[in-house]
Design a protein around this ligand. Structure first.
Ligand code: SPV
Ligand code: MG
Length: 276
């Protein structure tokens, strides 16, 4: 998945089978099974409240719904090295293409939360990566190591040191996360990255950057982590607001997807699809 793509692997966040299908339908290369989206879909903050089994079930539902690969956001690996190993076993057995684990402390909180972030010491996160890679059976399964050093306010040099240690421990790719409004710090990271191991970018706050710039800098995967969910929240709010104001369903008829389109997304057999 990471090496043969002609450009970046363009990936979008999802939280269930339907949203994964929308990612595939829009022509993207991969689905990001997002902890933020899955937590939000439960009406919960992205703060290690949803359990590993719930995340896995959501990732499986996504994977069963699409032909493109699913990259599962596994937060901190759900605990220590034993948990990371068990996570690899379970996700690999479920047929998920790749998982991503990050170097925050368990329980973690979303990277954009208005709070300070504490990281695990490098040596301890290395133990999780090693345990995960030792548990891996399928040679094609990928373990992405994510450093939150920049999120925690550390220097690019600390992010590079951590990422290098994670690669030495066996990580197949490195996600360097940033909450900067500009792409400068991730581009600086990439320009100083000496390894062949591919880099992953999540341009949520530094959304001014384009894919070509990221690709030319060395990023092989670009993840639009939550754009489908945020589009849905805005779309549902506006439609329901209009429905409440108007007092009849006709007022929103033109702004909602017809039933037959949802039938098609559901895989409803064609003879049953005559919708309204
Ligand atoms: C997610 O989508 O859950 C991520 C990306 O991990 S972020 O929300 O930016 O932490
Ligand atoms: Mg997450």
């Amino acid at each position: 998945m990471l090496r043969d793509n002609p450009g970046p692997v363009r990936t979008v966040g999802a939280h269930d089978g339907l949203t994964a299908k929308l990612v595939q339908q829009a022509g993207f290369d991969a689905v990001w099974s997002s902890s933020f989206e899955i937590s939000a879909s439960h009406g919960l903050p992205d703060a290690s409240l949803v359990t590993m089994s719930q995340y896995l079930a959501a990732s499986e539902a996504m994977d069963l719904s699409v032909d493109i690969p699913v990259i599962a956001d596994c937060d901190t690996g759900f605990g220590g090295p034993l948990n990371a190993a068990y996570t690899v076993q379970r996700y690999e057995r479920a047929g998920i293409a790749a998982i991503c684990i990050e170097d925050k402390l368990f329980p973690k909180i979303n990277s954009f939360a208005d709070t300070s972030q504490d990281l695990l010491p490098t040596e301890e996160f290395v133990l999780k990566i090693k345990a995960g890679k030792e548990a891996q059976i399928d040679p094609d399964f990928l373990l992405i190591a994510r450093t939150e050093a920049l999120i925690a306010g550390m220097e690019v040099s600390e992010a590079l040191d951590r990422a290098s240690a994670y690669v030495a421990a066996g990580a197949d790719a490195v996600l360097v996360h940033s909450k900067s409004k500009r792409p400068d710090e991730v581009l600086d990271f990439a320009s100083r990255w000496e390894s062949e191991v591919p880099l992953v970018a999540v341009p949520t706050t530094y959304h001014v950057v384009d894919e070509d710039t990221l690709y030319n800098a060395g990023f092989r995967v670009v993840i639009y982590a939550n754009h489908g969910l945020r589009a849905a929240v805005r779309g549902v709010q506006e439609t329901l607001g209009e429905l409440r104001r108007a007092g009849r369903a006709q007022a929103v008829q033109e702004r909602i997807a017809p039933m037959h389109e949802v039938f098609a997304l559901q895989g409803m057999p064609a003879q049953y699809r005559e919708g309204r």
